[in-house]
Design a protein around this ligand. Structure first.
Ligand code: ATP
Length: 284
């Protein structure tokens, strides 16, 4: 039996870091995220033998127990005491170490996929407990759409999606390690996005308001390490983007645009400026 799962990337409409937690290496965060139509594709094949196999073609992602898909499958099998095995084939389309949650969405797709493959019929809340053990963005990726993630990312509160719009994404030729950025966080020095106003704009379907209130506490840290992110932001603004922000720990910068014509213009403008540029719809 073979199952296919789509694993969409996310963008951060906001990322706020509240405090360093005392009992683990994480920070408490408040992140408003939404899924976009840029996705990996995962295929699951059931194996009689009790083992987990991963296959993928990527220079940047390992195909062994370090792969987040492998880790999620292991946590899932332990949690539900499954003695069967699985082969997971990953078609990677989401850029790696880009701030788009590529690893977490694969982990979430594994949790959804294995629930279907082995016909366990577990409810989303039960699957959420597995996701919470698989890294900070996996819970959001499991629920998808638009939501606020709190705690270290495991507490999910659903939100209305932004009004339909296009997303232009531009990634400089660098990868950013989430750990490297969080190691440089000094909470006292951070500025904080206005999440309350952003939620109100989402509730009112106020596109201008959304573009105004998107914000990312970590942007200055990544920009200091990688000034090319500032250049990409400036170029997007010069091309007339209404709302421009770095996603996650970066380095991908995105712009929300309502008119397709305008989005295409910004996309073309950015292509002259950096290699990896995408024009996709919001899913969430
Ligand atoms: P976030 O936005 O959640 O901070 P990211 O998009 O910046 O994440 P990822 O693309 O998830 O970063 O990759 C981060 C690291 O995880 C890389 O070093 C990569 O090799 C590793 N990794 C392990 N499994 C995967 C996977 N299935 N897909 C992508 N990266 C993976």
């Amino acid at each position: 039996m073979t199952i296919i799962e789509k694993a969409p990337a996310k963008i951060n409409l906001s990322l706020d870091v509240l405090r360093k937690r005392k009992n683990d290496e994480y920070h408490d965060v408040e992140m408003i995220m939404t899924t976009i139509d840029l996705a990996d594709r995962l295929e699951f094949i059931s194996l009689e033998e009790d083992k987990i196999e991963i296959s993928l073609e990527s220079r940047y992602v390992p195909n062994d127990e370090r792969n987040l898909a492998y880790k999620a499958a292991k946590v899932f099998k332990n949690r539900f005491n499954i003695k069967k095995g699985v082969h997971i084939k990953i078609d990677k389309n989401i850029p790696v170490s880009a701030g788009l949650g590529g690893g977490s969405t694969d982990a979430a797709a594994v949790i959804r996929g294995l629930n279907r493959l082995w016909e366990l019929d577990m409810q989303l809340q039960e699957l959420g407990n597995v996701a919470a053990q698989c890294g900070s963005d996996t819970s959001f990726s499991l629920y998808g759409n638009t939501a606020m993630a709190k705690g270290y990312g495991e507490i999910i509160e659903r939100l209305p999606p932004p009004p339909p719009c296009w997303v232009v994404l531009a990634k400089p030729d660098i990868g950013v390690s989430t750990r490297t950025i969080f190691e440089r966080v000094n909470v006292e020095e951070l500025s904080h996005p206005n999440n309350k106003a952003l939620i109100e704009a989402l509730n009112n379907q106020d596109f201008q308001g959304i573009c105004h209130y998107i914000g990312n506490s970590l942007e200055p840290i990544t920009c200091k390490l990688h000034p090319e992110v500032i250049q990409i932001k400036e170029t997007m603004k010069q091309l007339g983007s209404p709302g421009v922000l770095m996603s996650g720990t970066g380095p991908t910068v995105y712009s929300l645009v309502q008119q397709h014509q305008k989005a295409k213009q910004i996309y073309n403008g950015m292509r002259g400026f950096c290699n990896e540029v995408y024009l996709v719809r919001l899913l969430g």
